[in-house]
Design a protein around this ligand. Structure first.
Ligand SMILES: [Mn+2]
Length: 291
Protein backbone atom coordinates (compact mmCIF):
# COMPACT_ATOMS: atom_id res chain seq x y z
CA UNK A 1 0.00 0.00 0.00
CA UNK A 2 1.43 3.35 -0.96
CA UNK A 3 0.63 6.44 1.01
CA UNK A 4 0.20 9.39 -1.32
CA UNK A 5 1.41 12.42 0.56
CA UNK A 6 1.29 14.78 -2.39
CA UNK A 7 -2.47 15.08 -2.66
CA UNK A 8 -3.41 18.66 -1.82
CA UNK A 9 -5.63 17.98 1.16
CA UNK A 10 -4.82 17.33 4.78
CA UNK A 11 -5.21 14.13 6.76
CA UNK A 12 -5.58 10.51 5.72
CA UNK A 13 -7.48 9.39 2.62
CA UNK A 14 -9.75 7.27 4.81
CA UNK A 15 -10.73 10.23 6.95
CA UNK A 16 -11.30 12.24 3.81
CA UNK A 17 -13.74 9.69 2.37
CA UNK A 18 -15.73 9.51 5.62
CA UNK A 19 -16.05 13.31 5.61
CA UNK A 20 -18.87 15.01 3.68
CA UNK A 21 -18.46 16.86 0.37
CA UNK A 22 -19.40 20.55 0.12
CA UNK A 23 -21.95 19.72 -2.60
CA UNK A 24 -24.13 16.88 -1.19
CA UNK A 25 -24.24 13.68 -3.27
CA UNK A 26 -27.36 12.69 -5.19
CA UNK A 27 -28.94 9.35 -4.21
CA UNK A 28 -26.87 6.46 -5.57
CA UNK A 29 -29.93 4.36 -6.57
CA UNK A 30 -31.17 6.99 -9.05
CA UNK A 31 -28.11 6.89 -11.27
CA UNK A 32 -27.80 5.48 -14.79
CA UNK A 33 -25.89 2.23 -14.68
CA UNK A 34 -23.15 1.35 -17.15
CA UNK A 35 -20.73 -1.54 -17.37
CA UNK A 36 -17.76 0.82 -17.78
CA UNK A 37 -17.05 4.55 -17.77
CA UNK A 38 -13.95 6.33 -19.10
CA UNK A 39 -13.15 9.96 -18.26
CA UNK A 40 -9.93 11.92 -18.66
CA UNK A 41 -8.39 15.37 -18.94
CA UNK A 42 -10.19 16.82 -15.91
CA UNK A 43 -7.24 19.13 -15.07
CA UNK A 44 -8.10 19.54 -11.38
CA UNK A 45 -6.05 22.41 -9.96
CA UNK A 46 -6.78 24.73 -12.89
CA UNK A 47 -9.50 27.27 -13.53
CA UNK A 48 -10.22 25.49 -16.81
CA UNK A 49 -11.65 22.42 -15.04
CA UNK A 50 -15.43 22.33 -15.38
CA UNK A 51 -15.94 20.95 -11.87
CA UNK A 52 -19.65 21.77 -11.62
CA UNK A 53 -20.57 19.73 -14.67
CA UNK A 54 -18.30 16.85 -13.66
CA UNK A 55 -19.91 16.69 -10.20
CA UNK A 56 -23.31 16.59 -11.92
CA UNK A 57 -22.07 13.79 -14.20
CA UNK A 58 -20.61 11.74 -11.35
CA UNK A 59 -23.88 12.05 -9.41
CA UNK A 60 -25.95 10.74 -12.35
CA UNK A 61 -23.91 7.71 -13.46
CA UNK A 62 -22.42 4.57 -11.95
CA UNK A 63 -20.51 1.61 -13.34
CA UNK A 64 -18.85 -1.67 -12.43
CA UNK A 65 -15.53 -0.32 -13.65
CA UNK A 66 -14.27 3.22 -14.12
CA UNK A 67 -11.08 4.26 -15.91
CA UNK A 68 -9.44 7.61 -15.19
CA UNK A 69 -7.50 8.05 -18.43
CA UNK A 70 -4.95 10.68 -17.36
CA UNK A 71 -4.54 14.41 -16.74
CA UNK A 72 -6.90 14.10 -13.76
CA UNK A 73 -4.85 16.53 -11.65
CA UNK A 74 -2.78 19.19 -13.37
CA UNK A 75 0.56 19.13 -11.58
CA UNK A 76 2.18 21.53 -14.05
CA UNK A 77 -0.22 24.36 -13.30
CA UNK A 78 -0.23 23.73 -9.55
CA UNK A 79 3.53 24.14 -9.41
CA UNK A 80 3.19 27.60 -10.92
CA UNK A 81 0.16 28.82 -9.03
CA UNK A 82 -1.77 26.90 -6.39
CA UNK A 83 -5.46 26.74 -7.20
CA UNK A 84 -7.68 24.25 -5.41
CA UNK A 85 -11.33 25.21 -4.83
CA UNK A 86 -13.69 23.11 -2.72
CA UNK A 87 -15.37 21.68 -5.84
CA UNK A 88 -12.07 20.00 -6.80
CA UNK A 89 -11.95 18.31 -3.40
CA UNK A 90 -15.55 17.21 -4.03
CA UNK A 91 -14.47 15.45 -7.22
CA UNK A 92 -11.57 13.62 -5.55
CA UNK A 93 -13.99 12.67 -2.75
CA UNK A 94 -16.53 11.26 -5.24
CA UNK A 95 -13.89 9.23 -7.09
CA UNK A 96 -12.50 7.72 -3.87
CA UNK A 97 -16.03 7.10 -2.56
CA UNK A 98 -16.84 5.14 -5.72
CA UNK A 99 -13.82 2.91 -5.17
CA UNK A 100 -14.94 2.38 -1.59
CA UNK A 101 -18.47 1.43 -2.73
CA UNK A 102 -17.02 -1.31 -4.93
CA UNK A 103 -16.50 0.23 -8.37
CA UNK A 104 -13.23 -1.04 -9.78
CA UNK A 105 -11.25 2.20 -10.26
CA UNK A 106 -8.27 2.17 -12.61
CA UNK A 107 -6.10 5.26 -12.89
CA UNK A 108 -3.76 5.73 -15.86
CA UNK A 109 -1.76 8.92 -15.18
CA UNK A 110 -1.21 11.26 -18.13
CA UNK A 111 1.50 13.80 -18.83
CA UNK A 112 0.03 16.52 -16.60
CA UNK A 113 -0.20 14.10 -13.64
CA UNK A 114 2.92 12.12 -14.50
CA UNK A 115 4.06 12.44 -10.84
CA UNK A 116 1.64 9.55 -10.18
CA UNK A 117 3.40 7.31 -12.71
CA UNK A 118 6.03 6.51 -10.06
CA UNK A 119 3.24 4.68 -8.19
CA UNK A 120 2.46 2.36 -11.13
CA UNK A 121 1.41 -1.06 -9.87
CA UNK A 122 0.27 0.30 -6.50
CA UNK A 123 -3.16 0.97 -5.02
CA UNK A 124 -4.25 3.94 -2.93
CA UNK A 125 -7.70 4.33 -1.45
CA UNK A 126 -8.82 1.35 -3.58
CA UNK A 127 -7.65 2.96 -6.84
CA UNK A 128 -5.24 0.92 -9.00
CA UNK A 129 -2.51 2.90 -10.75
CA UNK A 130 -1.34 1.43 -14.06
CA UNK A 131 0.58 2.72 -17.05
CA UNK A 132 -1.93 1.28 -19.55
CA UNK A 133 -4.63 -1.39 -19.50
CA UNK A 134 -6.43 -3.92 -21.69
CA UNK A 135 -10.19 -3.68 -21.29
CA UNK A 136 -12.38 -6.58 -22.44
CA UNK A 137 -15.84 -5.46 -23.53
CA UNK A 138 -19.05 -7.42 -22.88
CA UNK A 139 -19.06 -8.38 -26.59
CA UNK A 140 -15.53 -9.77 -26.34
CA UNK A 141 -13.39 -7.05 -27.88
CA UNK A 142 -9.99 -6.28 -26.40
CA UNK A 143 -9.33 -2.54 -26.14
CA UNK A 144 -6.02 -0.94 -25.21
CA UNK A 145 -6.53 1.95 -22.78
CA UNK A 146 -3.83 4.64 -22.58
CA UNK A 147 -3.59 8.41 -22.10
CA UNK A 148 -2.00 9.19 -25.47
CA UNK A 149 0.92 11.51 -24.72
CA UNK A 150 3.23 8.60 -25.62
CA UNK A 151 2.64 9.65 -29.24
CA UNK A 152 3.68 13.30 -28.77
CA UNK A 153 7.13 12.68 -30.24
CA UNK A 154 5.48 11.61 -33.50
CA UNK A 155 2.64 14.15 -33.58
CA UNK A 156 4.33 17.26 -32.15
CA UNK A 157 5.40 18.47 -35.56
CA UNK A 158 1.74 19.42 -35.78
CA UNK A 159 0.90 22.69 -34.17
CA UNK A 160 -2.34 22.09 -32.31
CA UNK A 161 -0.99 19.96 -29.47
CA UNK A 162 2.02 22.22 -28.97
CA UNK A 163 -0.50 24.94 -28.23
CA UNK A 164 -2.34 22.95 -25.55
CA UNK A 165 -1.32 24.70 -22.36
CA UNK A 166 0.12 27.78 -24.00
CA UNK A 167 -1.16 31.34 -23.91
CA UNK A 168 -3.45 31.04 -26.92
CA UNK A 169 -5.15 27.94 -25.58
CA UNK A 170 -5.51 29.37 -22.07
CA UNK A 171 -6.91 32.58 -23.56
CA UNK A 172 -9.47 30.54 -25.46
CA UNK A 173 -10.40 28.62 -22.29
CA UNK A 174 -10.85 31.91 -20.40
CA UNK A 175 -13.07 33.20 -23.19
CA UNK A 176 -14.99 29.90 -23.03
CA UNK A 177 -15.63 30.43 -19.30
CA UNK A 178 -16.82 34.01 -19.82
CA UNK A 179 -19.11 33.05 -22.69
CA UNK A 180 -20.66 30.30 -20.59
CA UNK A 181 -21.02 32.44 -17.46
CA UNK A 182 -22.90 34.93 -19.63
CA UNK A 183 -25.00 32.15 -21.20
CA UNK A 184 -25.87 30.79 -17.74
CA UNK A 185 -27.10 34.23 -16.73
CA UNK A 186 -29.61 34.04 -19.57
CA UNK A 187 -30.45 30.37 -18.92
CA UNK A 188 -28.82 29.26 -22.15
CA UNK A 189 -27.22 25.79 -22.33
CA UNK A 190 -23.47 25.23 -22.14
CA UNK A 191 -21.64 25.86 -25.40
CA UNK A 192 -18.13 24.71 -26.26
CA UNK A 193 -16.01 27.33 -28.02
CA UNK A 194 -13.04 25.17 -28.90
CA UNK A 195 -15.30 22.38 -30.17
CA UNK A 196 -16.52 24.84 -32.78
CA UNK A 197 -13.10 26.40 -33.34
CA UNK A 198 -11.38 23.01 -33.72
CA UNK A 199 -13.88 21.91 -36.34
CA UNK A 200 -13.08 25.00 -38.40
CA UNK A 201 -9.31 25.28 -38.08
CA UNK A 202 -7.68 23.17 -40.77
CA UNK A 203 -4.48 22.47 -38.79
CA UNK A 204 -6.47 21.29 -35.79
CA UNK A 205 -8.58 18.96 -37.92
CA UNK A 206 -5.42 17.54 -39.51
CA UNK A 207 -3.70 17.14 -36.15
CA UNK A 208 -6.66 15.33 -34.60
CA UNK A 209 -7.09 12.87 -37.47
CA UNK A 210 -3.33 12.32 -37.56
CA UNK A 211 -3.27 11.51 -33.82
CA UNK A 212 -6.24 9.16 -34.21
CA UNK A 213 -4.60 7.28 -37.07
CA UNK A 214 -1.23 6.96 -35.31
CA UNK A 215 -2.84 5.68 -32.10
CA UNK A 216 -5.07 3.22 -34.02
CA UNK A 217 -2.07 1.94 -35.97
CA UNK A 218 -0.07 1.39 -32.76
CA UNK A 219 -3.02 -0.51 -31.28
CA UNK A 220 -3.30 -2.63 -34.41
CA UNK A 221 0.39 -3.51 -34.11
CA UNK A 222 -0.26 -4.77 -30.58
CA UNK A 223 -2.95 -7.12 -31.82
CA UNK A 224 -5.92 -5.60 -29.98
CA UNK A 225 -9.35 -4.81 -31.47
CA UNK A 226 -9.34 -1.17 -30.51
CA UNK A 227 -7.94 1.63 -28.41
CA UNK A 228 -9.25 4.20 -25.95
CA UNK A 229 -7.26 7.40 -25.37
CA UNK A 230 -7.64 10.93 -23.99
CA UNK A 231 -5.02 13.70 -24.16
CA UNK A 232 -6.19 15.68 -27.22
CA UNK A 233 -9.44 16.91 -25.61
CA UNK A 234 -11.51 15.68 -28.54
CA UNK A 235 -14.11 12.97 -27.97
CA UNK A 236 -14.50 10.72 -30.99
CA UNK A 237 -15.22 7.28 -32.35
CA UNK A 238 -13.78 6.15 -35.66
CA UNK A 239 -13.07 2.80 -37.23
CA UNK A 240 -9.58 3.05 -38.72
CA UNK A 241 -8.24 0.09 -40.74
CA UNK A 242 -10.33 -2.38 -38.75
CA UNK A 243 -9.39 -0.84 -35.37
CA UNK A 244 -11.98 0.86 -33.13
CA UNK A 245 -10.57 4.23 -32.03
CA UNK A 246 -12.29 5.93 -29.09
CA UNK A 247 -11.43 9.15 -27.29
CA UNK A 248 -13.31 10.07 -24.10
CA UNK A 249 -12.65 13.83 -24.56
CA UNK A 250 -12.20 16.16 -21.58
CA UNK A 251 -13.81 18.11 -18.73
CA UNK A 252 -12.22 21.46 -19.55
CA UNK A 253 -14.66 22.45 -22.25
CA UNK A 254 -16.00 19.45 -24.17
CA UNK A 255 -17.39 17.80 -20.98
CA UNK A 256 -17.67 14.30 -22.41
CA UNK A 257 -17.32 10.71 -21.20
CA UNK A 258 -17.14 7.36 -22.93
CA UNK A 259 -19.43 4.64 -21.56
CA UNK A 260 -19.92 0.94 -22.25
CA UNK A 261 -23.45 -0.45 -21.95
CA UNK A 262 -24.00 -3.93 -20.53
CA UNK A 263 -24.18 -5.46 -24.05
CA UNK A 264 -20.79 -3.98 -25.02
CA UNK A 265 -22.26 -1.10 -26.99
CA UNK A 266 -20.16 2.04 -26.61
CA UNK A 267 -21.45 5.61 -26.40
CA UNK A 268 -19.93 9.08 -26.02
CA UNK A 269 -21.97 11.16 -23.57
CA UNK A 270 -21.92 14.91 -24.21
CA UNK A 271 -22.87 16.01 -20.72
CA UNK A 272 -24.10 19.50 -21.70
CA UNK A 273 -26.62 17.79 -24.02
CA UNK A 274 -27.63 15.29 -21.30
CA UNK A 275 -28.22 18.14 -18.84
CA UNK A 276 -30.26 20.07 -21.42
CA UNK A 277 -32.40 16.95 -22.09
CA UNK A 278 -32.98 16.52 -18.37
CA UNK A 279 -34.00 20.17 -17.98
CA UNK A 280 -36.43 19.84 -20.91
CA UNK A 281 -38.09 16.71 -19.42
CA UNK A 282 -40.54 17.71 -16.67
CA UNK A 283 -40.81 14.05 -15.54
CA UNK A 284 -37.27 14.25 -14.21
CA UNK A 285 -36.90 16.49 -11.17
CA UNK A 286 -34.31 19.14 -11.92
CA UNK A 287 -33.53 19.53 -8.26
CA UNK A 288 -30.35 17.56 -7.67
CA UNK A 289 -30.75 17.93 -3.92
CA UNK A 290 -33.91 15.74 -4.02
CA UNK A 291 -31.89 13.08 -2.20
MN1 LIG B 1 -2.41 14.93 -21.72
Amino acid sequence: MATITRLPFDGELADFVTSQPAVPERTVGERNQYRTIWISDIHLGTRGCNAGMLIDFLDHVDSETMYLVGDIIDGWKMRRKFYWPEAHNDIVWRLLKRAKRGTRMIYIPGNHDEMFRQFTGLHFGGVEIVRRAIHETADGRRLLVLHGDEFDAITLSHKWLAHLGDVAYEGMMTLNRWVNAWRRTFNMPYWSLSKHAKAKVKNAVEFISNFEEIVAKAAGARGVDGVIAGHIHTADYRRIDGIDYYNDGDWVEGCTALVEHFDGRMEILHWADEMAKRDADPAVPADRAAA
